[in-house]
Design a protein around this ligand. Sequence first.
Ligand code: PMT
Length: 419
Amino acid sequence: MPFSETIAVNVVLGITGGIAAYKTPDLVRRLREGGAEVQIVMTASAEEFVTGTALQAVSGRPIRSNLWDKEAEAAMSHIELARWADVVLIAPATAEVMARIVSGAAPDLLTTICLATEAPIALAPAMNHVMWNNPATQANRELLEERGIQILGPGVGSQACGETGAGRMLDPETIAAAVLSLTGSRGEGLLKGLKLVVTAGPTHEPIDPVRYITNHSSGKMGFAMASAAAAQGANVILVSGPVRLADPPGVEVVQVESAKEMYAATHKFIGDADIFIATAAVADYRPVTVADQKIKKKSATMNLELERCPDILASVTSLESPPFTVGFAAETERVIEYARGKLQKKNLDMIVANRVGSDCGFNRDDNAATVLWNNGEKTFPIASKACLARDLIELTAERFYAVRGSGTQPRLTIISNSD
Ligand code: PMT
């Protein structure tokens, strides 16, 4: 399997007139960190909410807004822009732009590009919750989805108008990860036809009905790994502990709470998996007994008896025919030494060693890592988790084929209904 340099992804980012437009400089930054070239196209009303000057600075390209701008059209016409795009993203997308795209109306540059492009289109709606729930908007959403347009969100929460409900634009990090994974079909397809199981996030080990033991994992690294694998054409099952992240598009997410549930869910799907990536921060210990009722304060101190949780990673490599297995090692000291110990002890194909602490690893948007395998290692400097995950997935594919041979057949059995 050939391994080429990463191809830059071209994103046309359409910005329409909603208050969430103020988040778009951050969105542009995250797309660029993920390896995208971003060409911004603003509608006239978007200019009421965010300045072209800021967006030009962060995107590094002149802003386009006018279909009738002769100079800009001479440099790259709207048809060339529509062809240049690997993906067209509209964020925020107002109810009006959704209606225009449904109807095929193209009175401005952005809607003209939507009509003229063959690239995937994604919309991140942002509007008042009553507007979002209006039957007209919902009918438009359904039609757009039927036509293969990705609708990202919206999220639920407090809104700029002071009300609460569905209509908040998803956060820039989630939108960027989703859009970059949409462009995977244009990537090298390094994992095409393979089945991956990825674990992510923390686990909650109950003490009583109101308390549990957990850690600082946000799930961001594991979700980024799952997105990056899906972008390389893999069939991905993401077994996730309790996190506050949107499901990555194209990934089947299985939600669990405890280490015991994560163990069961992993083993439900691992049988025909080609690759297992254990990014989750699974609890090592859990309370021996879980109280039925809330434990009351009685004495000044209290002892909690703990027992070992099942080691999911070690149980997978102990299978008779294990998948190619990638562990993570979260360490606060002697990172490489401890990680190499885990590589050998748990009989892994690869381990991703990362330092964790109050200022690195957990619950952040960036990370750095050193990957170890039997006869080698590779260090990745600090980068966004989306970028790092893309590099880690490329290395995983490279090592998978090196170990299993380039003629490896996927273990996934495809059952055909036809005779
Ligand atoms: O979620 P984020 O906020 O983005 O943070 C990312 C991360 C720091 C959690 C991630 O990059 C990471 O390092 N994940 C592994 C965390 C961990 O539990 O490391 P460990 O060294 O304790 O465990 C070693 C390996 O064994 C891990 O692959 C872990 O998933 C696995 N394990 C551990 C215990 C257990 N009972 N079962 C397991 O499968």
